[in-house]
Design a protein around this ligand. Structure first.
Ligand code: ZN
Length: 322
């Protein structure tokens, strides 16, 4: 019996917003946020009601010095009551390190594009799938009450900046293979912002038909301004979890001006306006931007809600229902 997603043990909500800024956002910019600021940021994010936070990546500090303090960050985040702490692990070694730090949720990555996989983790897609299976087997051998939840982010599911279009049949087949290999969830990721809503709805629905409850989060980047439209398309296809980063932090150190993940504040506002409960306080979320702005002066922060404010008469979905 595999574990349930840690965040599902908390009070009712309709859509789980997974904050990935401290991992995806910070690893995509050239500068390093000081450990103490990361912890303050994660604490503020959790206080706004975010239930799952990807706190760091257990990758070689030579490759990503921004993530060198991942173990310390995870350990500190674990002291926040009720927070499900997720960590990215690119291989078995990273998974062991993340587990040793206490992460109850692991995120592995497999790139649907072979070219992207080779460039990113120096493994073919096939080798990355085998590595994910090996991690699931290692996890299965742990004592039942200690096994972390294992999700696999299927990156470049909607297109690749190196090879262009990615076959939908291939993505579906990979998702099935990963679920069969022991993954608890498969997240469909638009790593480079190539997706459009029609494509998202079609591919997500296909994966949902094959995987059912193992369909994980939708992960969209706003590189070409399609992020929130893609998030809505994923919801329509049955996704119940979405990744985002505060202030849309991120981008790509090699592509100046490229924006990062979809903006958490705007996503939460979108969901709540649509009558979907997130359990997140928008004012606290917007206030947390100041921590990032102070720790990374000059780093672009995005988001329309922070600029415009909440509209007059705005009510949260939970209030509207009661
Ligand atoms: Zn991403």
């Amino acid at each position: 019996m595999n574990p349930t997603p840690p965040a599902s043990r908390t009070p009712p909500f309709d859509v789980l917003v997974r904050e990935v800024g401290p991992r995806d956002g910070l690893q995509s910019i050239a500068r390093t946020m000081p450990t103490e600021a990361k912890h303050r940021w994660i604490t503020a994010l959790a206080a706004s009601g975010l239930r799952t936070i990807e706190a760091g990546s257990f990758v070689s500090p030579k490759l990503l010095p921004q993530m060198a303090d991942a173990a310390a960050i995870v350990r500190q985040a674990l002291t926040i009551p009720g927070l499900a702490v997720a960590a990215l692990a690119p291989n078995l070694r990273g998974a062991r390190d993340a587990f040793a730090a206490g992460a109850p949720e692991l995120v592995l990555t497999v790139s649907a594009s072979n070219e992207h996989s080779l460039a990113n983790v120096r493994m073919t897609t096939e080798q990355a799938v085998a590595e994910a299976k090996k991690i699931c087997e290692w996890r299965g051998a742990l004592p039942a009450d200690q096994r972390p939840f294992v999700g696999v982010a299927l990156s470049t599911s909607f297109g690749c900046s190196l090879s262009g279009p990615v076959s939908e049949d291939r993505v579906v087949a990979l998702a099935v293979q990963l679920a069969a290999g022991g993954a608890d969830a498969v997240h469909l990721a638009d790593t480079v912002g190539y997706a459009n809503p029609v494509q998202v709805k079609r591919l997500t629905a296909r994966v949902k038909r094959e995987l059912g409850g193992k369909l994980g989060a939708g992960h969209f980047h706003n590189t070409r301004g399609q992020g929130l439209a893609n998030a809505v398309a994923a919801l329509e296809a049955g996704v119940t979890a979405l990744d985002s980063s505060l202030g849309g932090l991120g981008g790509c150190p090699y592509a100046p001006g490229a924006t990062g993940n979809i903006v958490t504040e705007d996503l939460v506002f979108l969901l709540e306006s649509m009558g979907l409960r997130t359990g997140i306080d928008l004012e606290k979320l917007i206030a947390a931007r100041a921590i990032v702005a102070a720790a990374l002066p000059g780093e672009p922060l995005y988001g329309h809600l922070a600029d415009a404010g909440l509209p007059k008469g705005f009510v949260y979905a939970a209030t509207a229902r009661s």
